[in-house]
Design a protein. Structure first.
Length: 142
């Protein structure tokens, strides 16, 4: 299942490149070429190749939490960050975290008209970081 998710994200991110390489102009029948279909919402975003696994984990986690298909989740933004500790910027009350700079990503997703922010490390830890409410805890996939 994880492999299928990663493959979907990779293929979706390659779609704009493949479309831009397609020949332009008329078709072999003399008529205009059909317009390319719109890529899936997540494909329209420039996901750094090294962040694809983390983005796939975040999308998978949100789909599970909202009980919706992954295709209904749109990747808004992916940015590289260095978190100040292993809480990934979303500490839970009463928990202790190693005070070590932890590289990762801030992933903004949109589903059902709402924006969700995930924080990741470079491994397989993703955390839904809900502003203004107590974090429900990390979603860690190993």
């Amino acid at each position: 299942m994880k492999d299928a998710t990663v493959l979907l994200v990779v293929l979706a991110s390659l779609f704009p490149i493949l479309v831009s390489c397609a020949p332009s102009g008329g078709s072999s029948t003399g008529g205009p070429s059909p317009e390319p279909t719109s890529p899936p919402p997540s494909a329209s975003q420039n996901i750094p190749p090294e962040a694809e696994d983390q983005v796939a984990l975040a999308v998978e986690d949100l789909a599970r939490r909202l009980d919706i298909p992954r295709e209904q989740i749109r990747v808004l933004k992916v940015e590289r960050v260095e978190w100040g500790d292993t809480s990934l910027g979303c500490p839970q009350p009463g928990k202790m975290y190693a005070q070590v700079v932890t590289p990762g990503y801030r992933v903004s997703l949109e589903a059902k008209g709402k924006t969700y922010e995930y924080h990741t490390d470079l491994d397989r830890h993703v955390v839904l970081c809900e502003k203004g409410s107590q974090n429900t805890g990390p979603s860690t996939t190993r």
